[in-house]
Write a protein that binds this ligand. Structure first.
Ligand code: TRP
Length: 348
């Protein structure tokens, strides 16, 4: 009898190693990854080449930032026994697939990508509102990184991509590329499956300043590796309802940034009491912040414990990356064989 092995569905997701991960990453995507790692065959990619598309002047920072992100994964509960954590630059199949996808992806697809535009503005690569018009600063590598990200997602023929909301345009582009690839070369067969994005319950956690999304460089983040003091400092300087000036003033939870954090991290029944007492004016902002500080410190404390135990075993951390990368590359070669065959460029 013919034996048919059913392949477990696959997750591919990742992060740029540009600094430590924060609470926004946690609710946006890390929680989903931890939850799903048993059910899905999971690969987590540390996208160092993508990070270098904005940080090419400082490649020497990569070993340390890669180590930090790996520790963040392990700290929140990614299990290296069942997940593969891999490093992008050491997987040649991603580079090969990137150049293939670049052959038929039109510049216009990239030009209007909102995430690419927001980042290009932030890095000063863009003049006015058009990416290409400002191209004297824009590099080929940065402009094209969404194509490379499509290769990241598909070199393992992943089914599901748990990401923060800002990544959805990139998954859309990836789906577009996969559709075109299959249509051009598949002769009716789906060589590469169409991946789906999965966004966490709190898709966009604002920074503690309430101004913009939580960012590594904006000084408005709580990091997963923060200690009690750092959490206290970050929360204490956060903005609440600007119209609530004195303790007894009634507040508006719906405009309060601290309340948004309670909604994300504090037990539900307690959140209702907080909203009620704030509206009545019986809960002051300082007490409210103190409760949030406690909640966040309790969340992060076990992460720091696990982190410490891995920090004392740097060789084991490197081994996790080495093994995860080798597994990914091996699987990636299977995809690339299919891709070359479909395109008739498997010359020997
Ligand atoms: N662009 C993602 C970020 O900025 C990182 C990333 C690279 C990624 N490759 C990926 C995410 C593939 C999901 C899938 O965080």
């Amino acid at each position: 009898m013919e034996q048919k092995t059913v392949r477990r569905k696959r997750i591919l997701t990742g992060d740029r190693p540009t600094g430590r991960l924060h609470l926004g990453h946690y609710v946006g995507t890390l929680m989903n990854r931890v939850k799903l790692q048993k059910e899905f065959e999971t690969f987590i990619l540390i996208a160092d080449i993508q990070a270098l598309s904005t940080h090419w002047e400082h490649p020497e920072a990569m070993p340390e930032t890669i180590r930090q992100v790996t520790l963040d994964y392990l700290a929140v509960g990614i299990d290296p026994e069942i997940c593969n954590i891999c490093v992008q630059s050491r997987i040649p199949q991603i580079a090969e697939l990137t150049s293939i996808y670049g052959l038929f992806t039109r510049m216009n697809k990239l030009r209007h990508n909102p995430t690419l535009k927001t980042e290009a503005k932030a890095y000063g690569y863009m003049k006015g509102d058009d990416l290409i018009a400002g191209f004297d600063k824009l590099t080929y590598g940065f402009f094209g990184y969404p194509i490379s990200q499509a290769a990241d997602i598909t070199f393992l023929r992943a089914d599901l991509v748990p990401v923060g909301e800002d990544q959805v345009p990139h998954i859309e582009l990836c789906r577009d590329i996969v559709g075109r690839f299959n249509q051009l070369y598949g002769k009716g067969k789906k060589i590469i499956p169409l991946p789906k994005a999965l966004v966490g319950d709190i898709p966009r956690l604002r920074g503690l300043d309430g101004q913009s999304k939580m960012g590594k460089s904006l000084g408005n983040a709580v990091f997963l590796s923060d200690d009690d003091k750092a959490i206290e400092k970050a929360v204490m300087k956060a903005v609440t309802d600007p119209q609530k000036i004195r303790r007894g003033d009634p507040g508006r939870p719906e405009v309060c940034n601290i309340f948004a954090y309670h909604q994300a991290f504090t037990p539900k029944d307690e959140v209702e009491c907080i909203a009620r007492d704030c509206r009545k004016g019986t809960l002051g902002c300082v007490a409210d912040k103190q409760r949030l500080i406690e909640v966040l410190q309790n969340l992060v404390a076990p992460f720091n414990e696990i982190r410490k135990s891995w920090e004392s075993r740097p060789d084991d951390v490197l081994d996790i990356l080495r093994q995860g990368t080798a597994n990914a590359s091996l699987e990636g070669e299977k995809t690339l064989s299919l891709v070359r065959e479909a395109m008739n460029i498997n010359y020997w």
